[in-house]
Write a protein that binds this ligand. Structure first.
Ligand code: GCO
Ligand code: MG
Length: 403
């Protein structure tokens, strides 16, 4: 079998998605997600200008070899644009291989290690009553694990909380990033009381997660983790930016709140100290941003030696193609932890018809050969790209802060 064509489709059914479709001489096609929120066209160009010409004529079955060829062959390593592009190729080739075998992808990854995959959903509110309503709404949808985010008195915008028409955490369709405000001291004063109120209202059994979205220093994160211990979080996520992996030693020394990190990481090297020294409990990378199923499987196997579990990033900016690949992997690996899942708009689900299902708070990839996603080109074309950027944070004195 040979690759005869590869196309990049950029579509925006509510938000921008970048998809690679690889076609073989036997008529099999495979899809891969290359969406990088706010930098979509850079990945599209990387693929169209630099990768697609190299794919033509290659044997689609040689997934590991193609991965190494694209990673090592570029000379310039790592980085989100490169790794999202390689991820799209990797997933498209797995899709083709699984279709050629007539099997759903999870069967090629070793078969199911569980019957279904537990997902967590997002609840948020400007204040506690609104947050309670949001948690109840997620429970009504079936979610059995919930991430809680809340407004902070004195701040207009907080990560994960919707204000009017503005999206809670997505890239907004603006030609420039929207500016939001931030005050770490106000957040640290407010958030333990919120988690206490939620725990008291919803009881001891509901798994609760919280995302600090890279906004704290290690000592602030250490203090927050300790303050949240009585409320028994499933995890505290991205408590501090982790490019400086050693910073997590300080956090870990001071709290037994489980820690999850890694949605912005794109290679195993970003995790080495975190994993070797057991400084975290969950690895958060997405198939889409980590170079695909091939390297993410290796990361999970590495993490398993340290009893660290998976928690694949799954916000709305991972397309249904990236989500499907994640669910196949989740079903197959032994050290699965949890899968983030917020669903997509109805328009997105029409553009990307998928076999995976969400029932009683759990996902299943379905039994269609491949990853089980089809892209409707005509519908995709009806939703052209629109520039959209994630917000930036500024402190009261104007200093840029992590968003
Ligand atoms: C999460 C994340 C996301 C990011 C988004 C940025 O935990 O799901 O923090 O919502 O903010 O992926 O594009
Ligand atoms: Mg996050």
């Amino acid at each position: 079998m040979k690759i005869v064509d590869a196309q990049v489709v950029v579509t925006s059914p509510g938000r921008n998605f970048v998809t690679l479709r690889i076609t073989t001489d036997e008529g099999l096609t495979g899809l891969g997600d290359a969406t990088l929120n706010g930098r979509e066209l850079a990945v599209s160009s990387y693929l169209v200008d630099h990768v697609v010409p190299l794919l033509i004529g290659r044997d689609p079955h040689r997934i590991e070899d193609t991965w190494q060829y694209l990673y090592r062959g570029a000379y310039w390593r790592r980085g989100p644009v490169t790794m999202a592009a390689i991820a799209a190729v990797d997933v498209a080739l797995w899709d083709i291989k699984a279709k050629a075998a007539g099997l759903p992808l999870y069967q090629l990854l070793g078969g199911a290690s569980r019957d279904r995959v537990r997902a967590y959903g997002h609840a948020s509110g400007r204040d506690i009553p609104e947050l309670f309503d949001s948690i109840r709404a997620r429970q009504a949808e079936g979610y059995q694990a919930i991430r809680v985010q809340t407004g902070v008195p004195g701040l207009t915008n907080v990560y994960g909380v919707r204000h009017g028409a503005a999206p809670a955490e997505g890239a907004d369709r603006h030609p420039r990033p929207v500016v939001e405000d931030w005050d770490t001291a106000a957040y640290l004063r407010h958030i333990p009381g919120v988690l206490e109120a939620v725990r008291n209202e919803f009881g001891p059994e509901l798994p609760l997660l919280h995302d600090a979205h890279h906004r704290l220093t290690p000592i602030q994160a250490a203090r927050l983790g300790a303050a949240l211990e009585p409320y028994d979080l499933f995890w505290l996520e991205d408590c501090t930016p982790a490019e400086n992996q050693e910073g997590l030693r300080l956090v870990r020394q001071h709290t037994r709140t489980p820690l999850a990190i890694g949605e912005v990481f794109n290679t195993v090297f970003d995790y080495q100290t975190l994993v070797n020294e057991q400084l975290i409990d969950y690895v958060r990378s997405a198939v889409t941003h980590f170079g695909g199923v091939t390297p993410l499987r290796k990361l999970f196997d590495y993490a398993a030696q340290y009893q660290i579990r998976s928690a694949v990033h799954g916000p709305e900016d991972i397309s249904p193609v990236g989500m499907a690949a994640a669910i196949h992997l989740d079903l197959a690996i032994h050290n699965f932890g949890i899968q983030e899942y917020s669903g997509h708009t109805a328009a997105t689900d029409e553009v990307f018809r998928h076999a995976y299902t969400f029932t009683d708070g759990h996902l299943h990839p379905g039994e269609e050969p491949g990853i089980g996603v089809e892209l409707d080109d005509a519908l995709a074309a009806a939703h052209p790209y629109e520039a959209a950027y994630l917000p930036v944070n500024r402190l009261a004195d104007g200093t840029v802060h992590d968003w």
